[in-house]
Design a protein around this ligand. Structure first.
Ligand code: FAD
Length: 389
């Protein structure tokens, strides 16, 4: 492998493969490196991705790549029509959201294959380390490279972000089971809020078919009071007054763990010859934990800015403002909302009061990182009844 190359992308998730495709399609030399032996596996995701018209409402200023719009049918396991949200007291509100549930393993491989077809060199089973401007590769491929530009698309604990001097970002921790033999509403993706069953976060049921689902919980360690995540998810599955009925008799086919950035961007997303995209840059909607669409859009922008810099038409310093233009406002509002809702997370009484204050349409707007009046006014803080705690 030659030492001097134009671009190295660390991480072949949705952000990295999208960036590598954009760069290779412009005729530039790019290496796409991932430590996973098989790109896309193991899966660390629920796979929920709103339909393209929903994404346009979520990120109205973003240019959505075709890979978010026309996903081959064979990579879509299921489609949902509703989002249903349960309060701690068991009330629910639902609203229309057209969703696709992706086969993430297949989708990630599809994106990496598009990058490869465009001319990117893909190096699976290869770990990258950064050392004084060089990238050290070890694993299936070994060597030292000196790229002109490095894109860090290497997830929440990004080594590229660390090399840029950024602090460790705030994350939620998730545990998810793929379950078979469940009796769920296959039309609805469900979220459950409760201090007992999902402290500082929420639990979810994402249907994969009529009787299979991804069932998970994402929480923040500061709310867990030393409890193990497997205990929290087990309790949700066996004891939650509503979910337990749907999940009774289900068998676990797969166990997935992972971190989800929950505080938006923390630190710089560009420094010297380095850019960050996707989870590495905190590009995850803090209201939902959804990161696939932002990762793909950020990967596209990182690729375009890289090509612009190499052609002398742009500078890498343009990257942060391009991100801000396309989805910066939505990302930072989602973090503001999460911080408002954090207060309610401390007590089921407050969460029930907040839930009661919002109509289904207002909940939908919260999920789209808009701040409806009842949330902003904080009147709900004073309207909860003590008996529900
Ligand atoms: C349990 C769970 C459920 C989720 N559910 C959803 C959901 O339903 N919908 C949704 O939109 N989002 C969901 N998310 C979030 C979503 O999975 C991420 O936001 C998304 O994968 C981000 O893509 P990415 O390309 O930035 O990073 P990733 O997909 O994390 O890819 C990063 C890649 O970098 C590689 N890597 C890391 N370090 C190195 C290194 N040193 N050298 C080489 N390679 C390296 C990793 O192996 C990995 O393949 C979920 C997350 C979790 C944990």
């Amino acid at each position: 492998m030659k030492e001097d190359i134009m671009v190295a992308v660390v991480g072949a998730g949705p952000a990295g493969s999208t960036a590598a495709q954009a760069i290779a399609a412009s005729g530039m030399e790019v290496l796409l490196v991932d430590k996973k032996s098989e790109i896309g596996s193991p899966v660390q995701c629920g796979g929920f991705l709103p339909e393209a018209f929903e994404l346009e409402k979520l990120m109205p200023h973003a240019r959505l790549p075709g890979t978010l719009r026309e996903i081959p049918q064979r990579h879509i396991l299921h489609r949902t029509q509703l989002q249903r949200i349960y309060s701690p007291s068991g009330d629910n509100k639902q609203f229309a959201v057209a969703g696709r549930v992706l086969d993430r393993r297949a989708y990630d491989r599809h994106l990496a294959a598009l990058a490869a077809s465009a001319g990117a060199r893909v190096l699976p089973a290869t770990r990258a380390r950064l050392e004084e401007g060089t990238v050290q590769l070890s694993g299936h491929f070994n060597g030292k490279i000196r790229p002109q530009i490095i894109i860090g698309a290497d997830g929440p604990h990004s080594i590229v972000s660390k090399a840029m001097g950024n602090p460790i970002q705030e994350t939620g921790i998730c545990l998810e089971y793929e379950m078979a033999g469940v009796n769920i509403d296959a039309k609805a993706a469900e979220m459950y809020f409760s201090a007992r069953y999902a402290p500082g976060g929420y639990a979810w049921i994402i249907p994969l078919s009529q009787d299979t689902a991804n069932v998970g919980v994402g929480v923040r360690s500061s709310y867990m009071a030393g409890q193990k995540l497997s205990i929290i998810l087990g309790r949700f599955i066996r004891e939650h007054p509503i979910a337990a009925e749907k999940l009774a008799g289900g068998e676990v086919l797969a166990v997935m763990r992972g971190l989800v950035p929950s505080g938006g961007t923390c630190g710089a997303i560009q420094k010297d010859n380095m850019l960050l995209a996707g989870d590495a840059a905190g590009h995850v909607m803090a209201t939902s934990g959804g990161g696939i669409p932002l990762a793909v859009v950020a990967g596209r922008i990182a690729g375009e800015v890289t090509v612009g810099q190499l052609r002398g038409e742009m500078v890498l310093a343009d990257y942060a403002s391009r991100i801000r233009e396309e989805f910066g406002a939505q990302l930072s509002r989602s973090v503001r909302i999460r911080k408002m809702v954090d207060m309610a997370m401390k007590s089921d009484r407050l969460m029930n009061a907040l839930f009661a204050a919002l109509s289904p349409e207002q909940m939908k707007s919260v999920m789209r990182a808009q701040i409806p009046v009842p949330l902003a006014s904080r009147a709900w803080l004073f309207s909860g009844s003590d008996s529900q705690d």
